[in-house]
Design a protein around this ligand. Structure first.
Ligand code: PEP
Ligand code: MN
Length: 688
């Protein structure tokens, strides 16, 4: 009998009640925001406070972790809530709301532009009459003719890049940017019937949609990608045509609206696929200076050496950070360029107005397109830090005095020049996800030696994240001494690692063993590790120098520090400056440990090079009980971080069982780490 089993209708009713409760709580949150806005209205402070936002996110992620809710889900929801509260406060300061606007966009109903326009209007408290046009040009024509008050057009996509035609329209017409909006693009493939992917012969979408799914399309054996004026329009056409061998790429909402069957979700080449839209008007708009703003302009430089640099110096010298620089051909002037530039600032702010004046005299031509509330701000990165208070009464000063690294001596090596401290006195700081490696931060990378299963890597990810680690490690291609030992799960393991990292909100590091793995690995992993055995695989190093991904370069088993830095030079000389060095122990006559961890290398490297250097006490000692003391010592010696092997059941680990920490041991290691003082950095010492 199924008597005890809860009834589906009851369960659904329970769910409906929870959902209503969620909406009520959102309404309550908004009331509090309104009260806060009222308080802020009296002051002159900016309404967006990055530190406070980060604390809110960290706080809710911690609660989520306790309740077993995914960090990425909670982050996504709260980013939207925070962005809504910023718009709510901005609206109040700007006195917006309550009006009606006629908005032109490109595409059919349910196109991404349509969704972005609705989101923008909602954020400003406006009602809208939205009209879709076949082309960007027609949408702008409607705006210029007075048939629309605003036009919402895509200007760039985080996968496919800038939309040149919209830049051309901004140059050709008297248009102003009065706002921006972002939209996370989740492409799906849909067709009139549920057919196997192999039976599709043609796939329609906007050229941008096809470009953003290029890799997925290449994996379809028989389908020819065909451009269509719009993503949603393509769905409409497939629905109208009724031919089951034709598919279309657009949003799942568009598929549902036109009655199509989704054959595959999430087909963008990059899971983080966002489009930024600009909101255009024929008149400029003023924005309250307390609202975080961006200013956009078009600029032509003087015909002088270093002309662009001088213009950029005006902005950086006045404390304005540039968020985008795009160069477009200058019509009728072969090999001359117009620059489209966005920076954080508001022309209504006297400091920004002064910078614009200075820019006018530095440039040959400048047209300010507008200052408007910023939506697409790059999330701020923070230096890696350790949780918990510094232990009271720790001998910080004494230790610091002993371990403080001397200012770099002016010496140069024959083997390298770019990685030499003499070439760059300041520390190189490398961004990984939203954490910074190098400088004064301290970054912990932790996880199993090898990825073994989805459960194993996911539980490691959650655990090390909760203990304060910043990056998830996990080998998928394993350089094993014996060909009969476990060789790693390969590409399948990489997918598991990336999924676990994403779920826990951690970037991932994994080893790349061969030249032909580099490109593919660079698309998925956040840091590419070169193992000790490959430190002098020069072809591999050169290939890594060509990708825009941080490289973690382990010291070779029998390599000198000079050879190690020369290996880093191979990567840097190809153009990729993002090298993190990792001391992991060297071969000596000592056999009580697997390797001899050379902590003096940290002090030497920090003196000789500006690159960050971290320590791997797991491979450095090869034995669990020695890992924590060496980790603490590495921090005191001035390392920029640690790479540590952790396993849910270390004795059963498929590789490096002896040196893998249990969860409890890792927690104990992390617990004491924050109490260990880091020495003053050589860069800071040199500046004193
Ligand atoms: C590893 O980190 O998993 C590894 C194989 O390290 P190493 O190259 O230092 O031996
Ligand atoms: Mn290992």
């Amino acid at each position: 009998m199924t008597e005890e089993q809860p009834d589906l209708a009851d369960l659904r009713q329970g769910l409906d009640e929870v959902d209503t409760g969620i909406v009520r709580l959102i309404a309550q949150r908004r009331e509090l925001i309104a009260a806060i806005a009222q308080v802020k209205e009296q002051g002159t402070a900016a309404i967006q406070d990055a530190d406070r936002e980060r604390r809110v996110l960290d706080g809710v992620v911690a609660v989520a972790a306790d309740l077993g809710v995914s960090a990425s889900l909670v982050r996504t929801i709260f980013r939207e809530l925070i962005s809504d509260s910023v718009s709510q406060q901005a609206r109040r300061l700007n006195g917006d709301g309550g009006g009606r606007a006629r908005v032109a966009f490109q595409g059919a109903a349910h196109a991404y532009s349509h969704a972005a326009a609705q989101k923008y209007l909602a954020g400003r408290g406006l009602l809208g009459d939205l009209t879709g046009f076949r082309t960007f040009r027609e949408a702008v024509a409607a705006l210029l003719a007075g048939d629309a008050d605003l036009a919402v057009l895509p200007i760039e996509n985080t996968t496919a890049g800038s939309i040149n035609e919209v830049y051309a329209l901004l140059r050709e017409h008297e248009l102003f940017i009065v706002g921006e909006e972002t939209w996370k693009v989740d492409h799906c493939l849909a067709a009139a019937q549920d057919v196997p992917l192999s039976s599709l012969t043609q796939i329609l979408s906007h050229p941008q949609g096809l470009e953003q799914c290029a890799q997925f399309l290449q994996s379809l054996p028989n389908a020819v990608p065909t451009t269509y004026f719009d993503t949603a329009g393509a769905m409409q056409a497939v629905a109208a045509g009724g031919d089951a061998s034709v598919g279309a790429i657009a949003s799942p909402e568009a598929a549902a609206a036109y009655g199509l069957v989704v054959l595959r979700h999430d087909i963008s080449d990059s899971p983080d696929n966002y489009t930024r839209f600009v909101v255009l008007s024929t008149t400029p708009a003023a924005t309250d200076v307390r609202i975080p703003c961006k200013t956009s302009l078009i600029l032509a430089t003087r015909h002088e050496e270093g002309a662009l640099l001088r213009c950029l110096e005006v902005l950086s010298g006045s404390g304005h950070s540039m968020t985008k620089l795009e160069s477009r051909p200058r019509p009728g002037r072969p090999w001359e360029y117009l620059f489209f530039l966005d920076f954080e600032g508001n022309a209504a702010d006297p400091r920004t107005a002064a910078a614009l004046d200075e820019l006018r005299s530095a440039a040959l031509y400048i047209k300010v397109l507008g200052s408007y509330p910023a939506k697409a701000l790059r999330p701020e990165a923070r230096p890696g830090g350790l949780p918990g208070p510094q232990e009271a009464g720790s001998p910080a000063e004494t230790l610091e005095a002993v371990a403080a690294v001397e200012a770099p001596a002016a010496r140069r090596s024959r083997h390298y020049k770019l990685v030499d401290r003499a070439a760059r006195p300041a520390d190189t700081v490398i961004r990984v996800g939203d954490v910074l490696v190098g400088g004064d931060g301290f970054v912990v990378m932790a996880g199993p030696c090898s990825v073994e299963s989805a459960e194993q890597i996911a539980s490691c990810a959650r655990f090390v994240r909760d203990q304060g680690a910043h990056v998830l490690r996990g080998g998928v291609f394993k350089p094993r001494t014996s060909p009969y030992a476990f060789q790693g799960l390969g590409w399948e393991g990489l997918e598991l690692l990336v999924a676990a990292g994403r779920e826990a909100g951690l970037p991932v590091v994994t080893e790349v063993m061969a030249v032909d793995q580099v490109q593919r690995m660079a698309q998925a992993a956040d840091i590419l590790q070169v193992g000790a055995r490959n430190m002098q695989n020069f072809d591999l190093l050169r290939e890594l120098g060509k990708v825009d991904r941080p490289v973690l370069l382990k010291r070779g088993l029998s390599s000198t520090i000079e050879e190690w830095l020369a290996a880093a030079e191979y990567v840097v000389a190809q153009g990729n400056q993002q090298v993190i060095l990792c001391e992991r122990g060297i071969r000596t006559f000592e056999s009580a440990t697997r390797n001899t961890l050379d902590l003096s290398a940290v002090a030497v490297v920090r003196e000789r090079s500006h690159l960050p250097v971290i320590v791997d006490p797991s491979h450095g000692t090869g034995q669990r009980s020695y890992v924590a003391p060496m980790a603490w010592a590495a921090r005191a010696a001035g390392a920029h971080g640690l790479l540590i092997e952790v396993h849910p059941d270390p004795d059963r680990a498929l590789s490096d069982a002896d040196q893998s920490l249990s969860f409890d041991q890792f927690a104990a290691l992390m617990g004491r780490l924050a109490a260990i003082p880091a020495p003053a950095s050589p860069a800071a010492a040199a500046a004193r």
